[in-house]
Design a protein around this ligand. Sequence first.
Ligand code: ADP
Ligand code: GLC
Length: 482
Amino acid sequence: MSGPAVLSVASEVFPLVKTGGLADVAGALPPALAAEGVAVRTLLPGYPAVLAALPAAATVHDWPLLNGGPARLLEARAAGLDLFVLDAPHLYDRPGNPYVGADGKDWPDNALRFGALGAVAAELGRGLLPAFAPGIVHAHDWQAALAPAYLHYAGEPRPRTVMTVHNLAFQGQFPAELLAPLGLPPHAFAMDGVEYYGTIGFLKAGIALADRITTVSPRYAMEIRTPEFGMGLDGLLRSRAGALFGILNGIDTEYWNPATDPYLAARFDAGSIAARAANKRALQERLGLDVGDDAPLFGVVSRLTWQKGMDVLLAALPELLAHGAQLALVGSGEAELEAGMRAAAAANPGRIGVLIGFDEAAAHLVQGGSDALLVPSRFEPCGLTQLCALRYGSVPVVARVGGLADTVIDANEMALVASAGNGLQFSPVTPEALALTLERAVALWRDRPTWRRLQQHAMSAEVGWQRPARQYAALYRSLATA
Ligand code: ADP
Ligand code: GLC
C-alpha cells in the first residue's frame, strides 16, 4: 500500500552527520518507509561535512536573505536518501559539532540556525517546489520543531504535521525577542502557541501545534506524561494524549549485521556465536585490557552524560571489579565524566579500558566483542545501543526505563524457564541496584550454557525497521485521510 509523500526534517542524518541516535533514525527510517510504499524526502542543514559529501547536488531554489544571509536549497541523492540540503553558510558553515562551538557552548544564534530549517520545511510543505507536494511534514526534535508551528500559522491548505520527540531533555528555548526575527506572528506568543514560561520553546511549539506527536517507544510515551519524566512538558503532553503515540525505533540491520560487519575481527551469526571470542580478544587488545576469556567483559557505547547514568556506573565499578569482570567503554561527553572514566582506567590497568571519543569502528567492536552491554540510563526515550547489542549477541544489561524496558526481556527465573529472557534489567538507577544486577549477570555468564541461550534469544530479537515503518506508514495514512 502506498501513502502520502513525506518531508522528513532533521538536524542530523547518518551517515552524513551524527552525534547520536537521532541521526541513525533519520537515516534509516526513510528507506524502510520506501519498502512500505511511502516516498520520503529528507531536509537537513548544509554543514561542511554534508556539502563535502554531495559534490553533485543541484540548486533548486535561492533566497537572497534567509535569517541574515543568502541561502539556497540543494537537491541530491546519497546513502539511499532523497535529500534537500539547506546551504546557508552564515548559519551552518562552521567546523565541528552541529550545535556547539569549540568552547563547548551552544552557538549563540541556534534559534535562527534551526528556525531557518523549520521555515524552509514549511515553505516546502506549502509548495515551494511545484514538483514536490508533501502530504506530511515530519519534524524530528526541537531543531525541526518550528516546522509544524510555521505551517499552523500559515493556515490551510497545508500538509498534515507529525512531531517526533527523540529526547524531551533538549527543548530549544530562546528569548521572546526573537519572535519577529523568526518570522512568527505576534499572536503565536501565547500559551497554546510557541510561548513557554516567557520564552520561545521550539519543542513546546511543535508538541502544541503538530497534528500528531510521536515518541520513540511506547513506554516513553507514557513516562513523559508524568512530572518525573515530563521535563516541564508533561501537562501539555497529557492534554495532547489523544494525538500522542509511541513507536519503537529499529536499527539498520544491514549496516548492523555481525555476519558482514567490516569493523569486526571475526564475523558471526546466531549459528556461530563461538566466533565472537576473536572479537573479544580484539576488543581487549584495542582497549588495553588483559586478553583472555576467564573474565566477563562488559561493554559501554555511550554519550557520557547524566542521562546515561555514567556517574552511576562509575560508582558501581568497584563491585564490577570485585566480581572479576572487565569494562570496555567507548564514549565522549561531559568533561567530568570523561576524566572519571580515564582515572578509573588508569587505576585499574588491564581491567578497565576506555576510549574517549566518537569512534564508529570501536563502537562496532564493543558490540561484537563484549559479553554484555551496559546501559544504565536514568531515562531513555528508546536507546539504540541495546538493540545493536541484541543483534550482536552482547547481552544487554539495562535500566528499566523507556525504550530499554520495552526492548529487553529480563532473564528472571520464569523468563529462563520459559526460554524468553534476552538480557537483564535493573531498577532503580542507583549504584547499589546496578551492582546487584552486575552480580546476577556475572553468575549467569559463568553458567555458560545458560548464557549461550541468552545470546541466542538476543540474536533472534526483531530489531529492524520493518515493524516500526509499518506503524509510521499507518500513522501518515490515517492523517492524510483525517
Ligand atoms: P543517544 O541518541 O541518546 O545518544 P542512542 O542509543 O539512541 O542514544 O544512540 C546512540 C548512537 O550513537 C548509537 O548509534 C551509538 O552506537 C552511537 N554512539 C554513541 N557514542 C558513541 C561513540 N563514542 N562512538 C561511536 N558511536 C557512538
Ligand atoms: C535520543 C534518545 C535515544 C533515542 C534516540 C533516537 O537521542 O536519547 O533514546 O534512541 O534519540 O530516537
